[in-house]
Design a protein around this ligand. Structure first.
Ligand code: ADP
Ligand code: MG
Length: 318
């Protein structure tokens, strides 16, 4: 296991050569790298990886060098000792470790290969997804057909099923955090960016922070308990966008938007939605139920005829 305790810390530059930039996030930079030592069983022929560097702010003690009576190099600071940036960094590593132990390899979840650490911060060596963000494909395509949208939802739901089985709640599911493995139209889609994720009974949820307002659930806004069903809400927002090309909650101010989300106040505007099937609309309404208990789980969603591709049959029935 790559993230096992007691493993020697590897130096990034010994293992990987950096060859370009892939993206930037709030607390990170993601670069393209090549593995220096080729492994024969590598699925990725050209040995390329994505390296997400989480920069440590305002701390001089390197992670893992905490004075402690254990020899482990992947020892994590306890909650009391860390600043918010360290808390976030630690959180993402803990969640990734849980994913490696309980979810990977999964066709719809980005895999973690390695962790390196140095003065700049911690480097997560990830499976390279070179097909771009779902976000960019939505922007380029504007609207998806029902069959295309169902294929996207199916892949995300499969990823969520794997994560939710391991009690991992993503908490920041949005099209920017779903990456295509390759450039092909039928590329596998992978859920990534576990910076805000939480694991029931394993991590302390990052308090006071939640993901993008457009995708955030009513319970997250009202600071109620966040569960796996909160990700199902975000998936409902994504599905609404895929089929219409615009988000379900549009308002003049964030405050107003929050109120609309908490009231579940959205509609299917006639102009856009008149040609969209009632199954699709019912599915969105069930995912965007203010009461989390009324939302389908990832497994229930995958059983739904509209999602699993049996909707043609269903349409004939009604
Ligand atoms: P943050 O947590 O700071 O938001 P992300 O994990 O979302 O960082 O990564 C930022 C961006 O870097 C992503 O939106 C994506 O464009 C790119 N990126 C991240 N991981 C990968 C990867 N495994 N393969 C390719 N590009 C990636
Ligand atoms: Mg991100």
């Amino acid at each position: 296991n790559l993230l096992s305790m007691g493993q020697e810390t590897k130096k990034l530059s010994d293992e990987y050569e950096i060859i370009g930039i892939l993206g930037r996030g709030g607390f990170s930079v993601v670069r393209r790298g090549i593995r220096r030592r080729r492994t024969s069983d590598d699925e990725n022929e050209n040995n390329q990886v994505a390296i997400k560097t989480l920069k440590r702010i305002g701390s001089t003690t390197p992670l893992g060098k905490k004075t402690s009576n254990t020899a482990s190099t992947m020892e994590f600071p306890t909650r009391k000792q860390v600043s918010i940036s360290d808390a976030l960094l630690t959180n993402e590593i803990l969640v990734m470790r849980k994913i490696v132990e309980h979810v990977s390899p999964h066709p719809n979840v980005v895999d973690l290969y390695d962790v390196c650490e140095d003065q700049t911060g911690v480097h997560l060596v990830l499976e390279l997804c070179s097909g771009g963000e779902l976000f960019d494909r939505i922007v380029a395509q504007e609207r998806y057909s029902e069959a295309e949208a169902a294929a996207v939802v199916r892949q995300i739901a499969q990823g969520l099923r794997g994560l939710h089985k391991a009690d991992i709640v993503h908490r920041d599911l949005k099209p920017e955090n779903c990456l295509f493995l390759n450039q092909r139209k039928d590329s596998p889609l992978k859920i990534m960016d576990f910076g805000l994720s939480s694991v029931e009974g394993y991590t302390d949820p990052v308090v006071g922070l939640f993901g993008s307002i457009d995708y955030v659930s009513p319970e997250a806004l009202s600071q109620d308990r966040i569960t796996t069903k909160s990700d199902m809400w975000s998936l409902g927002v994504i599905l609404y966008i895929l089929l219409s090309g615009y988000p379900p909650f549009i308002a003049q101010s964030n405050r107003q938007k929050q109120q609309m989300i908490m009231a579940g106040d959205f509609s299917f505007y006639e102009k856009t939605w008149k040609n969209i099937s009632s199954s699709a609309k019912q599915l969105i309404s069930s995912l965007l139920a203010v009461d989390p208990h009324r939302r389908p789980s990832a497994q229930e969603l995958l059983n739904h005829p509209w999602v699993n591709g049996d909707s043609a049959k269903e349409d004939q029935m009604d």
